[in-house]
Ligand binder design. Structure first.
Ligand SMILES: [Zn+2]
Length: 283
């Protein structure tokens, strides 16, 4: 007769984990792997499936370059609706991310090439798009146009910021116009989709780039899965709204792991350098 376990293996693991200090083990929400935290390495990536964990914009910047001049650091929201509890949320997010709102922008050098760089911060109220970060992204494109620089934008967003109502929705049109002016000046625009890129950001500037790259296993979506299923009365296939699915359907040009992004971006910037880029539709 087979020996009986004193405890179920899962329970044994759980008991063991309870004795281990917090933060020693990491859990991947994409593949379910549990691993010693240091194995995620300097790029904060799941060693099992390659998913890039959500990190703040400043942590993300460290993975890309040391040569960076920050722009428009002091732009803050006016809280147009005086939304209850919003100020407390902002204070907490500012402490956590060391940013005034959910994006970091400036001029960066990547592999010897100059570019205007924007990195959205999923830790700042889900990277939601409001008036302050909307304005900061708009100015990123305007300044890049003025200085004849390409734009690289790392996107991560839960969509429009509900605490700012319709004014947050207007940012989509405002940014899109600045993207358009940048394109009309013959300058290239590259997007790197991080997890999660959803809502108004997907519907506007995340989809308007000349080249769209994505991180492995990143969620890229417009509306949430449940909302779509309830609207069309159909079950959506597995893997729907993943970067891999978007790649297979031609929405994403390449999936690039974090460890290869600097090389890839450097390569693209070098190709574009010194020439007027005409855009995908040859305008
Ligand atoms: Zn994983």
């Amino acid at each position: 007769m087979a020996a009986k376990f004193a405890r179920h293996p899962k329970q044994a693991l759980k008991d063991y984990e309870e004795k281990v200090p917090k933060g020693i083990f990491r859990y991947c929400q994409k593949c379910g792997a549990k691993f010693y935290f240091a194995r995620a390495g300097k790029y904060h990536v799941c060693p099992n499936c390659g998913y890039g964990f959500r990190v703040t914009a400043r942590q993300r910047l460290k993975m890309l370059t040391k040569q960076f001049t920050e722009w428009d650091t002091d732009l803050t929201t006016t809280d147009p609706l005086k939304f209850p509890g919003y100020q407390e949320k902002l204070t907490k997010a500012r402490e956590q991310t060391k940013l005034q709102d959910a994006v970091l922008t400036g001029q960066a050098e990547i592999r010897g090439q100059q570019a205007a760089l924007g990195i959205m911060d999923p830790a700042f109220i889900m990277g939601s798009l409001g008036t302050a970060n909307g304005e900061r992204i708009t100015r990123l494109f305007e300044k890049a146009t003025e200085l004849s620089l390409p734009v690289i934008m790392f996107t991560a967003s839960g969509g429009a910021r509900m605490q700012e109502g319709i004014q947050s929705l207007m940012q989509m049109a405002k940014i899109s116009q600045a993207v358009n002016d940048h394109r009309a000046a013959g300058l290239p625009y590259i997007v790197v989709i991080m997890d999660p890129t959803t809502g108004g950001v997907t519907a506007s500037f995340a989809s308007q780039a000349d080249i769209i790259l994505a991180e492995p296993k990143a969620m890229v979506a417009f509306a949430g899965r449940r909302v779509i299923e309830q609207t069309i009365h159909k079950k959506l296939p597995q893997g729907f709204q993943s970067a891999e699915n978007a790649y297979q359907n031609g929405f994403v040009d390449a999936i690039v792991p974090r460890s290869q992004q600097v090389d890839k971006l450097g390569q693209l910037l070098t190709i574009f350098a010194g020439q007027k880029w005409r855009g995908a539709n040859g305008e």
